[in-house]
Design a binder for this molecule. Structure first.
Ligand code: G4P
Length: 537
């Protein structure tokens, strides 16, 4: 990546070099596959944090899980997402958190627009699970490189070849194992590194249940003697992989067509080092991002970044709103006055933070691939661009297919103005999508969300922040498709379907009871236009 010297006075020093040593990624997984454990293990492995259990708390584990909102505290779950910075061997790894449980929301998807690579984390006994598949859809749509980590190999699970077959058959991603387990899931002996002449690392659990397993390198002869049958079997499997040509291939990996696979156990920190190495060596560094006209903004150019997430009310004492920005180019320096591309207005960045969970540290500078949190960001919305120097506008972040719908009504009709203002604000922030129709009227907009918890967020904020408590009554729809003016009347007249307009972009959406009903409509009315929305649809 070249640094354009024409912009030199405005750009921070070494943005391109700093970009080259960064890796920005997220973990996609189904709840309970071990994302928190893996995050902790990755951080621990690189010694980013000093004590185990400090990353992502669950239950009794004290962590830095986001606890900004009272609601989150009540539920003990994380609704928000932020970035964890891991310094590792001269590299900076930014691990963005993707909320996963009942709190699954559009934010979860949007995080994926801010990363360059994903780790697909699978439970060895369960393989591909629904939430993983949904998130993978977003990765596929963006042609994002995906590294697969098969976790919990210390517990009984499926055959490794069967898992690879599932990945290839169900999602069309060609698996190329980087390491191979010796011993079946549940009788985990060690790992063969397929890329370094088959070097073997034996796993020895430390006595007394200590978390970290001991990794002991062993020669092939020694391994054959120690592991016996398990060794022979894994050698046969490796020969099979070779015959199938399941070898790592950079080009197809970067195109999102093949995926390097690693086996391990996050809980015992086994295979985690190899995963870190894979992220460092294989995941792409931040690269030029295309603007709305398709013109690339090189990483060495003056500052630019895009808001991928908004967070409100994190501090009970301040009604502040925080914008999470992924830096695309240049050097960010605290105090810079940037331009908000959508309005042309200046945006002062006096207060800038790096945030992970409730840990906030003020940051002084940031480079491409980093995530910064701007406070007092009332003027910003998800997808907005901020820049310094030559103007740039990045394409909007796509909306994702909602699966939950509810009609919102102001509890107190006298507060209608506050109601309108609040709903418009939450729509602009991307907390929910707001749909309206002449039939329902402006006073009863339909809220659409990827996860049902978003309605609780809306209820809470409407009451606390906008002083207009609402009722949100669920609707019996679970599928949304894009449609057009010609097909709208026909679809609207069918039972189990309703057409509404999305306020943010004027798009017409048809909501349908369920997938079964959708299939019937598609079969009986092929003339009516319906198109899937991105992910989840
Ligand atoms: P999540 O964030 O993806 O939801 O998963 P989390 O890390 O919380 O892990 C879910 C459960 O799986 C936890 O057990 C965790 O200890 C376990 N786990 C994660 N990685 C491994 C692994 O490599 N091997 C084994 N055997 N277990 C693993 P839990 O009983 O639900 O919680 P806890 O009581 O251990 O905290």
């Amino acid at each position: 990546m070249s640094v354009d010297t024409a912009d030199a006075p405005r750009q921070g020093s070494g943005a391109a070099q700093e970009a080259a040593r960064r890796r920005t990624f997220a973990v996609i997984s189904h709840p309970d596959a071990g994302k928190s454990t893996l995050t902790e293990a990755l951080a621990l492995h690189s010694q980013a944090i000093s004590s185990a259990g400090a990353v992502h708390g669950k239950g009794d584990r004290r962590g830095v899980t986001s606890d900004w909102m009272a609601m989150e505290q009540d539920r003990g779950i994380s609704i928000t997402s932020a970035a964890l910075r891991i310094d590792y061997e001269g590299r900076v790894l930014n691990l963005l958190d993707t909320p996963g449980h009942a709190d699954f929301s559009e934010d979860t998807y949007r995080v994926l627009s801010a990363v360059d690579c994903a780790i697909m984390l699978l439970d060895s006994a369960k393989g591909l699970e629904p939430q993983t598949l949904k998130l993978f859809d977003v990765c596929r749509a963006r042609k994002m490189p995906v590294i697969t980590f098969v976790n919990k190999w210390d517990r009984p699970g499926r055959e490794p070849l069967e898992l690879l077959d599932e990945i290839e058959q169900r999602i069309g991603l060609r698996p190329t194992p980087l390491n191979w387990p010796v011993g079946i899931a549940g009788d985990f002996r060690g790992l063969i590194d397929r890329r370094s002449d088959g070097q073997y690392t034996k796993l020895t659990r430390t006595p007394g249940g200590a978390k970290k397993a001991l990794e002991e390198p062993m020669s092939a002869e020694e391994a054959a003697e120690t592991e016996q049958e398990a060794w022979t079997q894994s050698q046969e499997e490796i020969e099979l992989l070779e015959a199938l040509g399941a070898d790592f291939d950079v080009e197809s990996f970067l195109a999102g067509e093949s995926s390097p696979v690693l086996f391990g156990a996050a809980l015992s920190n086994f295979g985690v080092g190899q995963l870190l190495e894979a992220v460092v060596n294989l995941a792409p560094a931040p690269a030029a991002k295309e603007d709305v006209e398709g013109k690339p903004r090189e990483v060495g150019k003056p500052f630019s970044g895009q808001v991928f997430k908004m967070q409100a009310n994190m501090d009970k004492n301040h009604r502040d709103r925080m914008a999470f920005v992924r830096v695309s180019s240049g050097r960010f320096e605290r105090g810079m006055v940037l331009t908000h591309a959508e309005t042309g207005r200046p945006f002062a960045t006096k207060y800038t933070q790096a945030v992970f969970g409730s840990d906030r540290t003020t940051i002084e500078e940031a480079f491409p691939g980093d995530v910064i949190a701007l406070v007092n960001a009332q003027a910003l919305s998800v997808g907005d661009t901020l820049y310094d120097g030559p103007k740039v506008v990045f394409p909007p972040i796509p909306s994702f297919a909602p699966e939950h719908f509810a009609v919102a009504r102001a509890v107190d009709a006298g507060k209608y103005k506050q109601f309108q203002r609040g709903i418009a604000q939450l729509d602009a922030e991307g907390v929910v999508q707001v749909l309206t129709s002449d039939v329902r009227g402006e006073q009863a907009p339909v809220l659409a969300a990827v996860g049902p918890l978003q309605f609780d967020v809306v209820r809470h904020r409407m009451a606390e922040e906008f002083r207009s408590p609402i009722e949100a009554s669920p609707l019996e729809y679970s599928v949304a498709r894009r449609t057009d003016e010609d097909s709208a009347p026909g679809l609207h007249s069918l039972s189990g379907a309703e057409v509404l307009r999305r306020r943010s972009d004027g798009e017409l959406l048809v909501l349908v009871n369920n997938k079964w009903r959708l299939r019937v409509i598609e079969r009986d009315h092929p003339e009516l236009f319906m198109e899937a929305l991105l992910a989840g649809g």
